[in-house]
Ligand binder design. Structure first.
Ligand code: ADP
Ligand code: G6P
Length: 466
């Protein structure tokens, strides 16, 4: 295997599940923030991406994607169950998202999580050239930094957590809390979406590892681990140029027509995940219809909910509940040829997503907890004029940056209803001021700025450590 000076290690490879018979493959742009964000910066950089294809069994050789080499890691059925569906997505994911669903602590999953993390670390060690930078991503691979440091002390190791890091009271519930914390702190720089996360980790390191912790540096075993907040972003220029394409503009026009040109459109785009607050949102919308404060003859909701982690029990139950509720709302309030909600449980390509964003009067992004939420940023980047309102949860990382959105507590259904009505009734001048401010913020803080900030800090962390 050829070696690279930059290696990204993430659970998922960013490529399409369907590899054509001639072996050609395309960027998958999987519905999820991580692959989308990194795709934007790695497409043109010589690097290797170590990750899982999402399929079970022996990993096949994969062709390069431009200058990016793909190094697949294989998982057996039992490993996918214990590591991906189990420890990562049934223990860590719910715990890190405020335990909005109860985390499951299954003792059998831990060993699998550890052995799969070792496999990722070994793969990274093999493809990293001497002194390379290895950038490990997300909660699936929290043990990799320390394992890799033991195998390859010469490489510079970064770790970035795309999801929230929980408050100490929640993290302390984890039976394997010491190992997980130590594993992550094997990096030279640990990056988070929000400064509060670095604060939480510093407190935990002091308590559990006897480290000296500050919010930007933790001293552990005579080594200094830098920490800090680096809010992730999107490729604003790419989304803007996509949005100006004739296909997208025409598609947006057609969708508007099909939805009813005179109607106000409420749009939501999520992975079908219980952290996204879809049920609370449906309750708010349905009560507004029930109370006659919104009418189907002049308002319509579009809910895109792309299938996700479908083998995990909680996700299947959620889908059933959402589909039941959408059916109920349409049954009660819809009219012939005029549903109250269009529900789309399918993936879209980027151009169609950009067109959808352009059709919305109000974009409703109301997760109960979210590390960042890139959909909110994509909506702003996709708008070609200054119309459109963004209703955004205070519990999304993006709320700290998009302060000109209509911020809302999604747990407060009455507050959510009032905010939806407020956004629908907003004066165009007010909306324009808000949209301009949000656009200028994301333009200055795009995905390239994020990668530059992180990698510069990583270089610095390493040079200070030497
Ligand atoms: P998460 O990372 O939790 O999924 P984000 O909002 O940060 O949440 O990222 C979601 C990403 O997935 C966005 O880039 C969005 O465009 C993409 N996405 C969401 N729904 C779909 C869909 N139906 N088809 C394709 N991509 C989608
Ligand atoms: C979130 C996580 C990513 C993950 C994505 C999609 O964005 O932070 O690490 O890749 O969701 O989830 P999936 O389980 O399909 O990879």
């Amino acid at each position: 295997m050829r070696q690279s000076s930059l290696v990204v290690v993430a659970n998922r490879l960013p490529l399409d599940d369907n590899i054509a018979p001639d072996g050609a493959c395309e960027w998958r742009r999987s519905p999820g923030g991580l692959a989308g964000a990194l795709h934007a910066i790695l497409e043109q950089t010589p690097a290797t991406w170590v990750g899982w294809t999402g399929t079970i069994g022996e990993a096949q050789r994969l062709p390069d994607l431009g200058t990016l080499r793909l190094c697949p890691v294989s998982l057996t059925e039992a490993e996918a169950r214990g590591y991906y569906e189990g420890f990562a997505n049934s223990t860590l994911w719910p715990l890190y998202h405020d335990a909005v669903e109860p985390p499951v602590f299954d003792r059998g999953w831990w060993e699998t999580y550890r052995s799969v993390n070792r496999r990722f670390a070994e793969a990274a060690a093999e493809v990293a050239e001497p002194g390379a930078t290895v950038w490990v991503q997300d909660y699936h691979l929290q043990l990799v930094p320390q394992l890799l440091r033991e195998m390859r002390p010469d490489v510079v190791i970064g770790f970035f957590l795309h999801v929230p890091f929980p408050p100490p009271e929640l993290f302390m519930q984890l039976p394997r809390r010491v190992e997980l914390l130590r594993g992550m702190l094997g990096a030279d720089l640990v990056g988070f979406q929000r400064p509060q996360a670095a604060h939480n980790v510093a407190q935990l390191a002091a308590k559990l590892l006897d480290a000296r912790g500050a919010d930007d540096a933790i001293t552990l075993d005579d080594r200094v681990v830098r920490t800090g907040a680096f809010p992730v972003s999107i490729d604003v220029a790419e989304m803007r140029s996509l949005s100006a394409r004739p296909y997208v503009v025409n598609q947006a026009r057609r969708l508007r027509h099909d939805l009813g040109s005179h109607k106000r459109v409420l749009l939501s785009v999520d992975r079908l995940d219980y952290t996204k607050g879809i049920e609370h949102r449906l309750t708010a919308y349905s009560e507004l219809l029930r109370d006659g404060r919104l009418k189907v003859r002049d308002t319509v909701m579009v809910q895109v909910a792309v299938p996700s982690r479908e083998r995990v029990e909680n996700y299947r139950g959620l889908r059933d509940r959402i589909e039941g509720e959408v059916g109920r709302i349409n049954g009660e309030y819809g009219r012939v040829g005029e549903p109250a909600i269009h529900y789309l449980n399918q993936p879209f390509d980027r151009a169609d997503l950009a067109a959808l964003y352009q059709t919305a009067d109000v974009m409703v992004v109301t997760p109960l907890r979210d590390g960042m939420n890139l959909v909110a940023k994509e909506f702003v980047a996709a708008r070609r004029d200054d119309s459109g309102a963004l209703v955004l949860s205070e519990f999304a990382g993006a709320a700290a940056e998009l302060e000109d959105a209509f911020l809302v507590n999604p747990h407060d259904v009455d507050g959510l209803k009032e905010t939806l009505l407020h956004a629908l009734a907003a004066d165009p001048g007010d909306l324009a001021t808000r949209m301009k401010a949000m656009r200028s913020y994301i333009t200055a803080n795009d995905i390239h700025a994020w990668a530059r900030a992180y990698l510069t800090e990583l270089d610095l962390a390493r040079s200070l450590a030497l």
